[in-house]
Write a new protein. Structure first.
Length: 246
């Protein structure tokens, strides 16, 4: 099977090592079979997340949603400190357009390196492109104004909904997490820690956009929904590919 561990035991080694390797191979086969079996559920979940993002885009200028956005925005402005500003500015800079391209390439390279499958690198790139396309479409369709320029700690002048930073980081981090879950990690605890770390990273980048005053709360929620939805839908598509051998 492509993507197996590099520490393959040679003939004549300890039988217990060979048994452990066979068990690991069997677990990977089971995980891949389950991945394919649940692909329609991934697709459905991804569609629901996209539908939620589209629906939220229809509601962002509704007074109750707008009032909640402004309340959260104002509360964060009141809690700014030089230290937080320095750290969160660095974090948000990582997903500016040019840096985002480089980080996506690094994420795709990491997926290929860990799984030894070029199709996994393609999956990561395809997920990021899909999320970027949907984000661009919704920005033009919703045309939501950003928070006041005077309170922005970094300048952003295009439309606000959804957050491109949030959708980009969610698409990248969650697609890499899918690759690790399906093709690399064997222990459930490792999978849980991977997804917890992914959620923390995505949450930090999304929070940085709120703290720096360039997005409303609904923007980052919509962006994360698009990114995660893209990762799930592309996972469903790639699980059916003939390039995913058991």
């Amino acid at each position: 099977m492509t993507g197996q561990t590099s520490d393959m035991t040679e003939m004549g080694t300890d039988p217990s090592d060979q048994i452990e390797l066979q068990l690991a191979q069997a677990r990977r086969k089971q995980k891949l079979a389950a991945y394919r079996r649940w692909s329609w559920a991934y697709l459905a979940a991804g569609v629901v997340l996209w539908a939620f993002a589209i629906g939220l885009g229809e509601l962002v200028q509704w007074h109750p949603v707008q009032a909640s956005n402004e309340e959260i925005w104002a509360s964060l402005i009141d809690r700014r400190t030089p230290g937080y500003t320095f750290i969160l500015t660095i974090l948000t800079t990582l997903f500016n357009p040019w840096w985002a391209v480089l980080i996506t390439a690094l994420g795709a390279g990491l997926a290929w390196y860990l799984s030894k499958r070029w199709i996994d690198a393609l999956y990561v790139v395809a997920t990021c492109l899909l999320a970027a396309a949907m984000t661009h479409f919704l920005k033009g369709a919703v045309e939501l104004a950003r928070p006041p320029l005077a309170h922005q700690l970094v300048k952003a002048r295009n439309y606000s909904y959804p957050s491109g930073h949030s959708s980009a980081v969610a698409a990248l981090i969650f697609s890499v997490a899918v690759v690790l879950t399906v093709h690399v990690l064997l222990r459930k605890t490792a999978v849980l820690w991977t997804w917890a770390l992914a959620a923390v990273i995505v949450g930090l980048i999304a929070f940085s956009r709120l703290y720096l005053g360039v997005h409303w709360f609904a923007d980052v929620v919509g962006g994360i929904s698009i990114g995660l939805g893209s990762a799930l839908m592309m996972a469903a598509a790639f699980s059916r590919s003939s390039k995913l051998p058991l």
